[in-house]
Design a protein around this ligand. Structure first.
Ligand code: NDP
Ligand code: GDR
Length: 328
């Protein structure tokens, strides 16, 4: 039975990846941090077969201990401070976790493997935020990186450190440059979930309006359940490599609002949406659109859920969740 250790087990991707690996017969270990993590119950309810080990990406010896307990064949490093807007207010912490944390886990894997590069395969959750002020459209593996936030800068450090461990120690270390992926499990601080939750609440009469920042930014949005398959596929390849995972389509926040409101029968949303400078970023990433050709050709990866399907799935989920509040 293959064994995997996942950092970031309490997050959106950690849950989907756990489900995928468990369905393939893996023994799955999840790294969980903190003395009394508020998401512990969620993980236990959603993926009861995952075994939890305590640890933190900023604490190298806790990572070594977790590796000794899990004895993994594959390590998926999904743990990070992942909210871009928050990263300006907590730049040092973001660098420590999202950047230096990658070095810590790579080093822990190297020490645990006793310099045997065939012992553990490693996945790093890199991000389209590394492209930032994009230097090429669409963005591909070879596009010059130009991050625009402390989060993006930290991810660039983790990306190059992953490549460096592959080149220096022969480690099977792959970096997945994933574009935005969403789901009903997406945190409510991210724009897709903020919109779908608000649309459901407006429809149910629980909320009057929705306050957002920049409506003109464009993102390449896919479904998280599809994207975790690409992570797994990368670690099944004979050679480690870097891959862009994206849909190849881009949509503005306005398009997102069109689809989400239309799903509940509201065609003109202008009276419900307000803008506030509080939600504007000091340096915005205006346009992201990925070229997933390499992932298609080498991994055989294809997305299954399209943009209208994704938004519909999220609005339906939020209508179900919020109708409980409406009934009270
Ligand atoms: P989430 O924000 O949902 O989850 C982040 C996870 O990181 C949580 O489990 C959190 O645990 C954990 N974490 C935070 N700080 C630490 C720490 N110090 N030590 C260990 N774990 C920690 O992110 P997603 O699931 O959406 O994303 C997974 C990864 O993929 C992240 O690295 C993200 O940056 C990256 N990514 C995501 C994309 C997306 O569109 N979703 C696109 C590209 C990359 P806790 O509950 O304890 O806070
Ligand atoms: P992003 O996702 O920064 O792309 O990072 P987010 O959903 O936070 O923002 C997307 C775009 O929407 C604009 N926006 C708003 N965003 C939020 N959160 N709240 C608002 O009110 C709002 N109004 C407009 C933003 O300015 C931005 O342009 C996500 C994270 O999952 C990262 O961890 C990951 O690496 C990248 O996706 C790929």
């Amino acid at each position: 039975m293959a064994r995997a250790l996942i950092t970031g087990i309490t997050g959106q991707d950690g849950l989907y990846l756990s489900e995928l690996l468990l369905s393939k017969g893996y023994e799955v270990y999840g790294l969980i941090r903190g003395q009394n993590n508020p998401k512990l119950d969620l993980v236990r309810e959603t993926v009861p077969d995952v075994k939890l080990v305590t640890g933190d990406l900023t604490d190298l010896s806790s990572l070594l201990r977790a590796l000794q307990v899990a004895q993994p064949d594959e390590v998926y490093n999904l743990g990070a401070i992942s909210f871009v807007a928050y990263s300006w207010e907590n730049a040092t912490l973001t660098s420590d976790v999202t950047g230096k944390g990658v070095l810590n886990i790579l080093e822990a894997v190297r020490l645990y493997s006793n310099d045997d590069p065939s012992k553990v395969r490693f996945y790093q959750a890199s991000s389209s935020e590394m492209f930032g002020k994009v230097q090429e459209v669409p963005q591909r593996e070879s596009t010059l990186l130009w991050p625009r936030s402390p989060y993006g800068v930290a991810k660039v450090f983790g990306h190059y450190m992953t490549i460096n461990y592959r080149e220096s120690y022969g480690m099977h270390a792959s970096s997945g440059i994933l574009f935005n992926h969403e789901s009903p499990r997406r945190g409510p601080e991210f724009v897709t979930r903020k919109v779908t939750q608000a649309v459901a609440r407006i429809k149910l009469g629980l909320q009057d309006d929705l306050v957002l920042g920049n409506l003109d930014a464009k993102r390449d949005w896919g479904f998280a359940g599809d994207y975790v398959e690409a992570m797994w596929l990368m670690l099944q390849q004979p050679e480690a490599d870097d891959y862009v995972v994206a849909t190849g389509e881009t949509h503005s926040i306005r398009d997102l609002l069109d689809h989400a409101f239309a799903h509940v029968g509201i065609e003109d949303w202008s009276g419900y949406v307000k803008q506030d400078p509080r939600f504007m970023r000091p340096a915005e990433v205006e346009l992201l659109i990925g070229d997933p050709a390499k992932a298609h050709e080498k991994l055989g990866w294809e997305r299954k859920v399209d943009f209208p399907g994704l938004v519909g799935m999220m609005v339906e989920n939020d209508l179900r969740e919020q109708s409980g509040h409406a009934g009270r």
